[in-house]
Design a protein around this ligand. Structure first.
Ligand code: FES
Ligand SMILES: [Fe+2]
Length: 377
């Protein structure tokens, strides 16, 4: 049998041009995934809803962070709080999906009830229970921060704030998008935990796919007709990265963008580990999409879009993004996921030459480096 010679580069290093990619087993091994839960998903900020989804007191939305059910709920004082979705009696889940809690949260199992601020209101047959203080049995709170109306939660009480990690990213968005503050949640273009897609791919495959445009030419023919990939720019910051490029042609094979339309470029901001914000050419709109792993080999995609109040996005844009670009990327990710498990795949390389900076995979390397550090690899 003819074999290729051993590669000259054999390990992951700080220099993207001389580093291998991370090994394939990290994308499907259940033991690795268990470690990712502990080191990444129980410690990073995750978007669980948009505040507009909770207009009234008592409105709630449940969300799952890998295997942790949480909910966000608007109190009578108008404040939104986040809690673990678990009764403090004997651990039944309290709420399902989304809805409105009329007066109190009542556990379906033995009917302990909780106020909207999470304090225990009543526990049947406990007045004479020895050493039982209801104050000790309120719901377990979860940290919550609000940015652009998105509700971010973090299961780690010690984690640095979103502002500390990504204040620069939100400032950059505000610079790029002067109308950012006018956008509102548009349910017509938002797909959440219940309605989003499920992909047969590890979440990191999807994150990495968003971080380079080396694949755009071969895989997204219409996209490269619309976007000037020759002027793609990639930058890296501590917890976030950015890629952006100008529009190439108003009339192109993706969708029409009028020269008078307010957005004439395309920007992606990636917030480590699994959140992506994007602005496409055309109307004023910002989408957040986030990949929540179900397990090592399946990922749920939620996609939330903010537009100008009540604005409808053109159908050709929606058709291109939802029925062409997304399907192209989904197929790529599922194929790469299968390939990463192939016995015939050795550790690949990053294409990161300075003379082709626009299509560099330098941000994929930066993602893998950040991942390796977080995982203690
Ligand atoms: S588990 Fe909730 S009341 Fe018993
Ligand atoms: Fe893509």
């Amino acid at each position: 049998m003819i074999r290729s010679p051993e590669p000259q580069v054999a390990s992951f290093t700080a220099d993207p041009a001389r580093s291998t990619a991370l090994p394939g087993y990290l994308y499907s091994d259940p033991a690795v995934f268990a470690e990712e839960k502990r080191r990444l998903f129980y410690k990073s900020w995750q978007i669980v809803a948009h505040e507009s989804e909770l207009p009234q007191a008592g409105d709630y939305v449940c969300a799952t962070i890998v295997d942790q059910s949480v909910f966000v709920l608007r109190g009578r004082d108008r404040q939104v709080r986040a809690f673990f979705n678990v009764c403090q009696h004997r651990a039944h889940e309290l709420l399902k999906g989304r809805g409105n809690v009329k007066s109190v949260i009542v556990c379906p199992y033995h009917a302990w009830s909780y106020e909207l601020d999470g304090s225990l209101r009543a526990a049947r047959a406990t007045p004479n229970l020895p050493a039982f203080d209801p104050k000790e049995y309120g719901l377990a709170p979860v940290r919550l921060e609000r940015h652009l109306g998105f509700l971010f939660v973090n299961l780690d009480p010690e984690a640095p704030s979103v502002s500390a990690l990504a204040g620069g990213m939100f400032a950059d968005m505000a610079r790029e998008l002067p109308w950012l503050g006018d956008l509102t949640f548009n349910p017509a273009y938002s797909f959440t935990e219940e309605t989003g897609s499920l992909l047969q791919a590890n979440w990191k495959v999807m994150a990495e796919n968003c971080l380079e445009c080396y694949h755009c030419g071969p895989a997204h023919k219409a996209y490269v007709d619309m976007i000037d990939v020759g002027h793609y720019e990639l930058t890296r910051h501590d917890a976030w990265m950015k890629s952006s490029a100008p529009l190439r042609r108003n009339d192109n094979s993706a969708y029409h963008v009028g020269p008078e339309e307010p957005v004439q470029h395309n920007v992606f901001w990636h917030l480590f580990p699994n959140i992506e914000f994007s602005v496409m050419p055309g109307a004023r709109a910002l989408s957040a999409f986030y990949f929540t792993p179900v397990d090592a080999e399946q990922t749920r995609i939620s996609w939330v879009t903010l537009t100008m109040p009540g604005e409808q996005l053109p159908q050709d844009r929606l058709d291109y993004l939802g029925k062409v670009l997304w399907l192209e990327d989904a197929a790529i990710c599922e194929s790469v996921h299968r390939g990463l498990k192939s016995l015939g795949y050795r550790r690949g390389r990053f294409v990161a030459s300075d003379d082709h900076a626009n299509i560099s995979e330098i941000n994929v390397h930066a993602f893998q480096r950040q991942y390796a550090e977080a995982m203690g690899l």
